[in-house]
Write a protein that binds this ligand. Structure first.
Ligand code: NAP
Ligand code: ZN
Length: 350
């Protein structure tokens, strides 16, 4: 048994996305049925749908920055009611029993978490994401959107927000810390806003200076172009923490030179190619090269509440579904200011 939903997705590795109809499972006792109002476009949607991270099954409906309104709840649901403002990020299930899940870090679930699209769900079907009219998700993976956040602006926080909040929090961004953000796109601009709100000194390392004015307006203290070799000389040994949000292969060794002794470069960008580093660039300076994936459900709620309290929201460009293919091309050209958000009311009626 299922209900039909209107969607927009990929039918092959190379065709443009198109209108689709998909099935959503009927409400189980612990499920929340969400009427999706907005969905952000993450660069991961493009990597995944185009098979850059490995072969996938089609059709695929991307989207893991979902904001909407609860339309129905199962009999055993206790934390949400019809009409609540809610969000869903990259995770829709996990084992609930391993040490990672017990710590509330479901993104590191040892048997493997279930992500919002392109993965096998508990009922054997493939998960489909938020470029769609409706979604059904178990209550434990649904987030509450605080009153202080508009739904369209809340959507990108469910991936871009938590993916940058989590490492900033883990590596203790705050007063007295010098932090660099590499790449000023969807994740990068959230990293700047969040690190600034946490009290750190923030530097953007973008390919060019074309977005410098925006960077400074959104919270950066300094802004440098990585195409300029002088940047790497001037900033030698400067940063306690570097967050790399770049979606393409980057010469990590050059950036390790910008860390202080004991500094850490955290990769959140997920290009398909390996990112080699020279051992010597880590050894001489006791430096770390780390990675970080999204955040757990508890931390995601904490991030949403932090953003509401501090008045932090992404810079968004709202589009209709007919503009999704163009938006993807603009993301690929680093021409995003700074997150596309789909208005899901523009999906076809089913
Ligand atoms: P995005 O909006 O496209 O931003 C990426 C930025 O990287 C661009 O704006 C650009 O910044 C820079 N860039 C792009 N190509 C480059 C190149 N060839 N050389 C140098 N810099 C380049 O993408 P996003 O949505 O923020 O996602 C960024 C990456 O994070 C993607 O790989 C995505 O899959 C990954 N991701 C990871 C997680 C996680 O859990 N770890 C979660 C979400 C996303 P400038 O124009 O400023 O140079
Ligand atoms: Zn994402």
């Amino acid at each position: 048994m299922s209900t039909t939903a209107s969607a927009y997705g990929a039918t092959s590795v190379s065709e443009p996305l198109e209108a689709l109809t998909i099935e959503r499972r009927d409400l189980g006792p612990k499920d929340v049925h969400i009427d999706i109002k907005f969905c952000g476009i993450c660069h991961s949607d493009i990597h995944f749908a185009r098979g850059e991270w490995g072969d996938i099954e089609y059709p695929l409906v991307p989207g893991h920055e979902i904001a909407g309104i609860v339309e129905a709840v199962g009999d055993e649901v206790t934390t949400f009611r019809v009409g609540d403002r809610v969000g869903v990020g990259c995770l829709v299930n996990s084992c609930g029993e391993c040490s990672s899940c017990e710590r509330g870090e479901e993104q590191y679930c040892i048997p493997g978490s279930t992500q919002t699209y392109g993965m096998k769900d508990a009922d054997g079907t493939t998960t489909q994401g938020g470029y769609s009219s409706d979604v059904v998700v178990v209550e434990d993976f649904v987030l509450r959107i605080p009153d202080g956040l508009e739904l369209d602006q809340a959507a990108p926080l469910l991936c871009a927000g938590i993916t940058t909040y989590s490492p900033l929090h883990h590596w203790e961004a705050g007063p007295g810390k010098r932090i660099a953000v590499v790449g000023f796109g969807g994740l990068g601009h959230m990293a700047v806003k969040l690190a600034h709100a946490m009290g750190a000194e923030v530097t953007v390392l973008s390919q060019t200076l074309s977005k410098e004015e925006d960077g400074k307006r959104l919270g950066a203290d300094h802004y440098y172009a990585t195409q300029d070799d002088a940047t790497f000389e001037e900033l030698q040994g400067r940063f306690d923490l570097i967050i790399n949000t770049v979606s393409a292969k980057l010469e990590i060794d050059r950036f390790l030179g910008l860390l202080t002794i004991d500094g850490t470069l955290v990769n959140v960008g997920a290009p398909p190619e390996p990112l080699p580093v020279s051992a010597f660039n880590l050894i001489f300076g006791r430096k770390s090269f780390a990675g970080s994936a999204i955040g757990g459900i508890r931390e995601t709620q904490e991030m949403l509440d932090f953003c509401a309290e501090k008045g932090i929201a992404p810079e968004i460009e709202t589009i209709g579904v007919d503009d999704i293919n163009d938006a993807w091309e603009r993301v690929l050209k680093s021409d995003v200011r700074y997150r596309f958000v789909i208005d899901n009311s523009t999906l076809a009626e089913v």
